[in-house]
Design a protein around this ligand. Structure first.
Ligand code: T5A
Length: 208
């Protein structure tokens, strides 16, 4: 019998350590014999990676909030059709660096008050939530510092600044309350390995 797939997303403000933790979790689960797909948003399929470039490069006001929302949703739909859906159907563990909660926050709250539109589009075009969402909670100033230190040309969102990162942090915590059945909140202001141990425990509980 094919084992049940598991869909895990990582969320948090820029530079909170999502990518580091997603990689460490993938390595750990592969070592334990699980079939893992490590992916990211925006991106994760060839078409969605092309859309990623449109979204993350260029001036902060390159797109209107509404156009930006449509581009994120188009990228996610392709990612779901071509990468996430088939992997889950084959019983694999999908680890996704950001998913729809990032849209709820960045487009729903960050630039304009578009949350009702975000929810409508999600229901129409995506209709799927992760089984488990790991929120890496992080001090906004430290997160922004880290993100800016390691960033190449993909800085459209970091260029929105520290005040917005602080609003987004609170927004993520509010989302964790709204979707408490699937969120776990982990303190990211600690050494990488301490955070990873807590992530592993949360995923093990879900897999069990
Ligand atoms: N976006 C995305 C939307 O607006 N809407 C959406 O729907 C989606 C999906 C790009 C942008 O797109 C926006 C949000 C983003 O602004 P992204 O590519 O995920 O999304 O960009 P970031 O979140 O900025 O990704 P980063 O790679 O910058 O941050 P991570 O993944 O949170 O952090 P990570 O692991 O790369 O770590 C950053 C640095 O910190 C170090 C790492 O080594 C690295 O140098 N680090 C630590 N240092 C000390 N202690 C720890 N515990 C550490 N953990 C990591």
């Amino acid at each position: 019998m094919t084992p049940m797939g598991l869909f895990v997303s990582f969320e948090g403000i820029d530079g909170s350590g999502k990518t580091t933790q997603a990689h460490m979790l993938a390595e750990h689960l592969e070592g334990a014999g699980r079939d893992v797909v490590l992916t990211r948003e925006p991106g994760g399929s060839p078409g969605a990676e092309e859309i990623r470039r449109l979204l993350l490069e260029g001036a902060g006001d390159r797109w209107s909030p509404e156009t930006e929302l449509l581009l994120f949703t188009a990228a996610r739909r392709d990612h779901l059709e071509r990468t996430i859906g088939p992997a889950l159907a084959a019983g694999r563990v999908v680890i996704c660096d950001r998913f729809a909660d990032s849209t709820r926050l960045y487009q729903g709250l960050g630039r304009a008050d578009l949350r009702p539109l975000v929810d409508q589009l999600h229901a129409l075009m995506i209709g799927r939530e992760p089984d488990l969402t790991v929120l890496i909670d992080m001090d906004p100033a430290t997160g922004l510092e880290r993100a800016l230190a390691r960033r190449g040309g993909e800085d459209r969102f970091e260029s929105f600044g520290a005040e917005m990162q602080a609003r987004l942090r609170q927004g993520f915590l509010d989302l964790a309350g709204e979707f408490s059945d699937r969120f776990v909140v982990i303190d990211g202001n600690r050494a990488v390995e301490a955070v990873a141990a807590e992530v592993r425990a949360a995923v093990a509980a879900r897999l069990a």
